[in-house]
Structures are given as C-alpha cells and as structure tokens.
Design a protein around this ligand. Structure first.
Ligand SMILES: CC(C)(COP(=O)(O)OP(=O)(O)OC[C@H]1O[C@@H](n2cnc3c(N)ncnc32)[C@H](O)[C@@H]1OP(=O)(O)O)[C@@H](O)C(=O)NCCC(=O)NCCS
Length: 215
C-alpha cells in the first residue's frame, strides 16, 4: 500500500491581466526558483510576462499553498503563492510560432501537417511550481485548470530536453498525453535543446483531475 499524501490541495485562482501585474514579483520568484535560474532573471522577464498578458486568449492561474502560521485559508496575504501557469492563443506573427514552424519544416514535416498543428492552438507558455510544493499534484491541477474549456483544437509547449525524459515536467506532460512535435530543437539565441510537445484538446476526462479554480 502506498503512503497517503496528506498535503492540503492547493487553492487555484484565475488571474486577470491586471492581477498578474499585481502578483508579478511573487510569480516571477516562483519561476526563478523552480527553474533554478540566477537571481535577477526576473528583471528581464517582467516586461515579457506583462506583454504576454495582453495577447488574445491569454489565461493565467496561480496556486496558493497552505496559509502561513495557521492563519485562516481565506486570509490570502498569509498564503504563499506556490505555482503559476499561463498561456495564450498562438498566432503566425509570434516569434515562438515562427520558430516552431521552422523547426517542424527542418525536421521534414510537410506543409499540411505543419498547418494542422499550428493552425489552431493554445501555447502553454509558463508552468512552474515552487520546489517545496512540487510532487503533490499542484502542477497537474494548474495545467488541467488552464486548459479547461479552451476553444483551441490543441495545446503546444516547449520544455528543455533532459536525459531519459527524467524530470517532473516530462512525467507530467507524458501522463497528460502530450506527444512529440519537434525534438532536440534549438530556439534562436538559446543553445539548449528543447522539445516541442502537444496534444489535442479537450483533455480526456480520464486524464483530468478536479481543479476548482476560482476568481
Ligand atoms: C513541472 C512542474 C510544474 C510540475 O509541478 P508539480 O506540482 O511537481 O507536479 P505534480 O505534483 O502534479 O506532478 C509531479 C509528481 O507528483 C505526483 N503527484 C501528482 N499528484 C499527486 C498527488 N495528489 N499526491 C501525490 N503525488 C502526486 C506525480 O505522480 C508526479 O510524480 P512524478 O514526478 O514522480 O511522476 C514542477 O515540477 C516545476 O515547476 N518544475 C520546474 C520548472 C519546470 O520544469 N517547468 C516546466 C518548464 S516547461
């Protein structure tokens, strides 16, 4: 019998673009910690995240951990932000779209299959959970809430390649049915190899979990 996880479920809250600006510092701190980036990375990312929130079809969701110091769960200021997920509708003029199109072309995909993948998609741009909160379902809950009721035909994302797909991000994406679009792809200006993964929407009921994001 496996041990029971007694960690309380995270509280998910859907953000407006204005909410993101308000919580930008906390959300970027989670991102830098989760990705193990050097301190200061958040300064360069702040304008980009703010601009992303103005794009058509943007949706963002944050997760709060248990309240600090035994405070009431409703006392939002005492509950630490432990996760962030956002994305928006992909479009041909976007840098990421153009990079993936070129990556697919170079990998030998024919124009029809490129069009069927890039014609109608939601880009999962960021998904991060604070290391101290990982491994308790927060990432799955954020992702399924973010993708619920999306109008697009599919979701696409890019994630760094890691040996044997052996990290939480890869296991999460595989568990939720993401498959390869392009592998070992190098985005302009970044020497690291990335995988572009995708899956059709909606998520099958068997792969989703109860999420209950509130506003
Ligand atoms: C990827 C990431 C967002 C996943 O968040 P997470 O909260 O750890 O994800 P989950 O808890 O839903 O799933 C991770 C693990 O917990 C397990 N899990 C899921 N729900 C669970 C639950 N209710 N109880 C216990 N364990 C659970 C999963 O089986 C999974 O285990 P595994 O990694 O051994 O397969 C997070 O690990 C992260 O921020 N990583 C660093 C940044 C990153 O790589 N971001 C993605 C870039 S593209």
């Amino acid at each position: 019998m496996s041990p029971v996880d007694t960690t309380p479920a995270p509280r998910l809250v859907e953000l407006s673009a204005a909410d993101l600006r308000t919580h930008l510092g906390e959300a970027l701190a989670v991102y830098v910690e989760a990705m193990d980036y050097p301190k200061g990375t958040e300064i360069h990312r702040a304008p980009m995240w703010t601009e992303h929130a103005t794009r058509p079809g943007w949706r963002g969701i944050v997760a709060y951990g248990p309240p600090r110091d035994g405070a009431e769960a409703s006392a939002q200021p005492s509950a630490p932000l432990v996760g962030i997920a956002y994305g928006y509708r992909g479009a041909p003029h976007q840098w990421w779209h153009q990079q993936v199109r070129e990556g697919m072309r170079r990998a030998g995909a024919d124009p029809n299959s490129i069009e069927s993948v890039l014609g109608d998609y939601f880009e999962l741009t960021e998904l991060h959970v604070s290391p101290r909160a990982q491994g308790h379902g927060t990432g799955s809950a954020l992702l399924t809430a973010l993708l619920a009721d999306r109008p697009e035909a599919r979701v696409l994302l890019s994630t760094p390649e890691v040996p044997h797909e052996d990290n939480r991000a890869w296991r999460l994406y595989r568990r939720l049915g993401f498959t390869d679009v392009v592998r070992h792809f190098r985005f302009s200006g970044d020497s690291r190899p990335f995988a572009v993964l995708g899956r059709e929407l909606p998520l099958r009921p068997s792969t989703t979990e109860s999420t209950g994001a509130t506003r």
